[in-house]
Design a protein around this ligand. Sequence first.
Ligand code: GLA
Length: 386
Amino acid sequence: MKASALFRERFGREPDGVWLAPGRANLMGEHTDYNDGFVLPFALGQRVTAAAARQPGRRLTVCSRQEPSDLVEVDLDGLAPGRVTGWAAYPAGVAWALEAAGHRVPGGCLAIDSDLPAGAGLSSSAALECATALALTALGGLDVPRAELVTITRRAENEFAGVPTGIMDQSASLLCRAGHALLLDCRSLESWQVPFDPAAAGAGLLLINTRARHELTDGEYGRRRAECEEAARRLGLSSLRDLTGLADADSLTDPVLRRRVRHVVTDNQRVLEVVALLRAPGGPSADTYREIGRLLTQAHVSLRDDFEVSWPEADAAVEAALAAGAAGARMIGGGFGGSVLALVPAAHQGSGRARDAVTGAFARRGWTAPEFLDAVPSDSARQLSG
Ligand code: GLA
């Protein structure tokens, strides 16, 4: 358990406990969360772990195996957005958001470790926030319901770290269940566990980290969000969720806004279609997964051509995976870098063929070799020991 080893090394004592929070992949529904729409993420087996213990006074001290030169100490009484920058803004932001919600955070030491690649679009920052939230609430004996932790960790990301994301990533990390995807209505915040076990139907999920790093702070994400808000404003709606079909947007004349709207409307529909397929009587079959694959590829085309958030490595990975027999593939997350999710046949070395094809396609273009990760629908954040 590397986080506790790091804790012992840096703080010279045993942690009181270890908490973990997973990253996520999203099966369907991209850039729909901040439009009050639907998303269908699942938690990954890859996660952030936080070994933690109380310390006297009002200091929070954090270190990370991934940032070995930093030992960041913050005063819990002096926290404000903008005061802490870099990776430590996430744990510090969680302490700030907890206090802002009226929960008294105790002084503490945190040692962080992660097997989630950062910048790969797998929500390593949400995982860091959620692991911190569980650690700090447990150290303080605070009983905060998960739904409230979702809001608190998102606030840390939006207001303290200054990244204008929606609610999907923190919800996935805190609410998902193994063997399920989480259908989340981002307007009502109601959620449902949808059985999702591709292996049982002979399918496999492959994550391809294209190694083009994605940064949500670089402005493009915020621009897309503003475009969606502008489209809703011009249509006289409070959000694009209120569109029931593409015809409702006929009055929009701006071609860019029309494309953005088309993506959001069709991706919301695809979420509901995938859910219907997964819930079909008798459970999903190999045919169901072929159909889900087709929807994945459709979503990629929509993200590439209508929402314009894909990037060359993602397009090449999707193309190569499909040529190697994948049922479908698409970029996931915010875009402009990060990962691709491919649905591959588990039999006949389906994943091996797709890996070889993608690796070959990247090598031919002289790109850094991609990294492959298994995507197994896993449990949400929890305590590991202590
Ligand atoms: C990022 C954000 C999410 C969501 C996705 C796109 O992961 O954190 O809130 O908007 O991009 O679907």
